[in-house]
Design a protein around this ligand. Structure first.
Ligand code: PMP
Length: 462
């Protein structure tokens, strides 16, 4: 039964969706056969679908709805700005109040001397900016040959040509002839899957030292920058060993290369501080931000740039780069209201010392489930590794199929949005999550894990 009457019945919507809507990262034929779940509205941490079912969104949309859904003041900020000045560009020696105010605000909250903002519409295009910006920077310093960017396998930095090239997803590189030139990848600090007999700390240091080895192999005079997410998100919420980032920082400090922290997921509170870089004592030269900057209410992203890079580029003539919607006034106004809410409601504190520790305790207890090899969490980013053999940290055999997909299906059927990355289950809930929301989340997650285990036992896969 439809609880809301002003849209067509679900089956009709699904048929239209299948006929005309191409979905990102989706097997189109499979979805067309099955029919998409149609989300019609949302409030707080709860989604409602076209059948009136209420779903706990433990992924905050796509890791972005940090302030939760259904905020009137966000709609009002957008409406006010649309009435005042719905659009103007920032290309030809013009500016406007929302772009200026948001840049000032970002400079205030960003660590170190990250005082300059170049706007984009999301994380991918902000990372495209970064590729051009760091190469232009080194060219302006008289070193045009310093253009290689080192990234990591299984990183995610977006879906544009440059974003997907920076990313280390083999499935993405396989489509469309990627990566583009002068982007290379080193290993990821994924101890659970790749650490073998090393301790996490040994492994973290070893993986960080791959950066030094790569710089030496290529020659420091060829390398422009290293880019990394403080915690890999789309790669499966891979929380690096504590030894990893200090070693990376030391290596970056010892070499003349720029450090880009991709804060698209970690930024705006998710790790328990405003930025993931602060949680890991990273001193980036550039931060990529998007998602939590507007809590997904409107598309906006940015590169937040340090004094040295911004000032050098400013002195080097035209930077031939920009987007129609760089610094879109409505997006900036909405982002400002979002940051006001984050601060006034102390949502970052909720992650650090309110709901966060309770969520962490309950989440880590999931490691006791027979199907779970590890349950890790930092702030409001957590993951579970599903395994047939806990002691060996073993993955499921390839011919078993993706058990994470089965688990994700059971979560969804039990009105919980958790995502799977292969056989890792991940959460990144809105930062407004309460302890009673945690109880619901964990109860549904356990049920989904039980159902998954029962099913794979039935099917002889376990
Ligand atoms: N960087 C990171 C770390 C991301 O997680 C994402 C999106 N998941 C992006 C970049 C790309 O952002 P967008 O989808 O807004 O282009």
């Amino acid at each position: 039964m439809n609880l809301i009457s002003n849209f067509p019945p679900t089956a009709e919507l699904q048929a239209l969706d299948a006929a005309h809507h191409m979905h990102p990262f989706t097997d189109g034929a499979e979805l067309a056969a099955k029919g998409a779940r149609i989300i019609t509205r949302a409030k707080g941490v709860t989604l409602t679908d076209s059948e009136g079912e209420e779903i706990l969104d433990a992924m905050a949309g796509l890791w972005c709805v940090n302030i939760g859904y259904g905020r009137d003041s966000m709609a009002e900020a957008a409406a006010r700005q649309m009435r005042e000045l719905p659009y103007y560009n920032t290309f030809f020696q013009t500016s406007h109040v929302p772009a200026i105010e948001l840049a000032r605000k970002l400079a205030e909250i960003a660590p170190g001397d990250l005082n300059h903002v170049f706007y984009a519409s999301g994380g991918s295009d902000a990372n495209d900016t970064n590729v051009r910006l760091v190469r232009h920077y080194w060219a302006a310093k008289g070193k045009p040959e310093k253009k290689v960017i080192i990234s990591r396998k299984n990183a995610y930095h977006g879906s544009t040509m440059a974003g997907a090239s920076l990313g280390g997803m083999t499935g993405m590189h396989a489509q469309g002839g990627l990566p583009i030139p002068d982007i290379v990848h080193i290993g990821q600090p994924h101890w659970y899957a790749e650490g073998g007999d090393m301790t996490p700390e040994e492994f973290g240091r070893a993986r960080a030292r791959e950066l030094k080895a790569k710089i030496e192999e290529l020659g420091e005079d060829k390398v422009a920058a290293f880019i990394a997410e403080p915690i890999q998100g789309a790669g499966g919420v891979i929380i690096p060993p504590d030894s990893y980032w200090p070693e990376i920082q030391r290596i970056c400090d010892a070499h003349a290369i720029l450090l880009i922290a991709d804060e698209v997921i970690c930024g705006f509170g998710r790790t328990g501080q405003m930025f993931g870089s602060q949680s890991y004592d990273i001193c980036p030269d550039i931060m990529t931000v998007a998602k939590g900057l507007s809590s997904g209410y409107i598309p906006i992203g940015a590169s937040i740039v340090c004094d040295e890079v911004a000032n050098t580029v400013a002195e080097a003539g035209d930077f031939n780069h920009g987007y129609t919607y760089s610094g879109h006034p409505v997006a900036c106004a909405v982002a400002l209201e979002n940051l006001r809410i984050l601060e006034d409601e102390k949502l970052v504190e909720n992650v650090a010392s309110g709901t966060g520790p309770y969520l962490a305790e309950k989440w880590r207890q999931l490691a006791e489930h027979p199907l779970v090899g590890e349950a890790v969490i930092r702030g409001f980013m957590g993951s579970l590794a599903l395994t047939p053999d806990k002691a060996a940290r073993a993955p499921f055999a390839a011919e078993t199929g993706t058990i994470g997909l089965i688990a994700r299906g059971h979560c969804f059927e039990n009105n919980l949005v958790m995502r799977h990355v292969g056989d890792r289950m991940i959460i990144a809930p809105p930062l407004i999550l309460t302890k009673s929301d945690v109880d619901v989340l964990i109860e549904r997650a356990v049920r989904a894990l039980d159902l998954t285990l029962a099913r794979i036992k039935d099917e002889g896969l376990y």
